[in-house]
Design a protein. Structure first.
Length: 473
């Protein structure tokens, strides 16, 4: 028996596998595709996911393969300057999902995950001691826990019988990466002239001579079959009046605005994460980011359960925290999709919102939603830091995130009077000073969210037990 089976080898599954291996768990990743498909869907990484990568020492390898773009407001395509944001990473990292997949796969394998490609999960049964999965080749595998990270058509979710309520797609787009016989100047001028909710395109940031097009279709394909290059060219001619000399496609895919969320993220010893738990319109590029953040939230909690020190309700806190986050993303992406419609009603709302985002507080509120740095979990404490993640603040000995690479809890103590005695195997005690921390001390979970601030040892004991289990004798 292994500790955890992860179904699905996309960014959510690989991030989760790496988080579990960081804590020494035996992890098997089952990916039904024999090799990466190379399709580019997600196009960038937002500030909160950048912070996650930095907390685990992965950011440099992503920066080497991506392109930094300044954050700016872009809610439903309404462009505004970015306000000052509470992050040390005030940029969007342009990087195709195919490269993100490659880097997270590489990391998971480096830390010891057993990745099995061409292994399709077709059945599952669970009991009080674990989960047994059946594979398409007739083999069986057993684990203490199973996590379905297997996409919007999740086999795990369907086998569990978990409802996936919401709305089917009403709009669809074609996403293509192609070359063009036209000079770059011509294509850039055409992009400026033609750019609209119906057609957007520009140079691929990582590949010389490659262009990425996003075209709105007239109808939604019922069979969901992969589009052909000819279908893409036909639609491009309809919208642009020319094929712009496109040729040599690297990938052509379709995506829609279907909006659904799993009724529950946990069923006994089985969990859902990423697109298996929620799908939504692509506006703002939030899907891949939310999946990685799901994994970051769940990984340490599963590891705590396997290690035997997890408080009784720690695994349930995964749904309690991440379900509302997904609901909010579904709402804001629905709203953005609606604002791209050409009907008078949506356009009237769009004109009003264009005025409202001129107010800095409104602009910041929307940007924090899309980048996920505004997330605050409800920990029942009114202190403005509690429930939020703490950004990468400067310390006398360096930076905060460099102290979080091991994936443990952390007590950042500016008083020098506190102690984590009884929890030292799970929580690091760092006595240091930061001009950027407006609190005498802060207790952080392994995912960087603050669960306590103060200077009193007696008040610290309850949150230590709440999040890190009973103290050792």
């Amino acid at each position: 028996m292994v500790n955890v089976i992860v179904a699905g080898g996309g960014p959510t599954g690989m991030m989760l596998a790496a988080e579990l291996r960081l804590r020494g768990l035996d992890v098997v990743v089952l990916e039904k595709e024999p090799a990466p498909l190379g399709h580019v869907r997600g196009l960038g990484i937002h500030a909160r996911t950048i912070e996650v990568l930095d907390q685990r020492g992965l950011l440099e390898r992503f920066l080497a393969r991506g392109t930094k773009y300044p954050i700016r407001g872009s809610f439903a395509g309404i462009l505004t300057p970015a306000p000052n944001l509470d992050t040390a990473h005030g940029y969007l990292l342009g990087i195709p999902q195919s490269i993100t997949d490659e880097l997270l796969d590489e990391h998971a394998v480096e830390v010891g995950a057993d990745v099995r490609r061409g292994a399709e999960l077709v059945g599952l049964r669970q009991d009080d001691a674990g989960v047994t999965v059946d594979l398409a080749d007739g083999a069986q595998l057993r684990a203490q826990y199973l996590v379905g990270c297997d996409g919007g058509r999740s086999t795990v979710r369907k086998l569990l019988g978990v409802a996936f309520p919401g709305e089917p797609a009403s709009m669809e787009w074609l996403l293509a990466e192609v070359r063009s016989s036209e000079p770059a100047e011509t294509l850039t001028a055409a992009a400026d002239e033609l750019g609209s909710p119906l057609i957007r395109f520009g140079p691929h940031p990582q590949t010389e001579g490659m262009w990425r097009f996003v075209l709105r279709t007239e109808t939604v394909a019922e069979d969901r079959a992969a589009p052909t290059f000819e279908e893409f060219v036909t639609r491009l001619r309809e919208l642009a009046g020319t094929d712009l000399g496109v040729h040599s496609p690297r990938s052509v895919t379709r995506f829609g605005d279907a909006t659904r969320m799993a009724a529950q993220y946990r069923s006994g010893r089985v969990f859902l994460a990423g697109d298996a738990a929620h799908i939504h319109p692509p506006m703002g590029g939030q899907g891949l980011n939310m999946g990685v953040q799901d994994a970051f939230n769940l990984g340490w909690k599963l590891a705590a359960a396997v290690a035997g020190w997890a408080p009784a309700d720690l695994l349930d806190s995964y749904q309690a925290e991440r379900h509302p986050v997904a609901a909010d993303v579904l709402d804001n992406t629905r709203a953005q999709a609606h604002l791209t419609l050409s009907e008078p009603g949506p356009q009237a709302v769009r004109r009003l919102l264009t005025q409202l985002v001129g107010f800095e507080d409104v602009n910041r509120f929307l940007i924090e939603k899309v980048t996920a740095i505004g997330i605050r979990y409800d920990f029942g404490d009114s202190h403005p830091l509690v429930g939020r993640r703490l950004r990468d603040i400067a310390l006398e000995r360096g930076r905060l995130f460099s102290l979080m690479r091991a994936g443990r809890g952390l007590l950042l103590d500016q008083t020098g009077q506190l102690s984590v005695s009884g929890w030292a195997d799970r929580v690091d005690h760092v006595v240091d000073v930061s001009e950027e921390l407006d609190a005498p001390a802060a207790l952080l979970r392994p995912d960087g969210h603050v669960v306590w601030v103060g200077d009193d040892q007696s008040s610290l004991l309850s949150p230590l037990a709440r999040w890190f289990g009973p103290a050792n004798s």
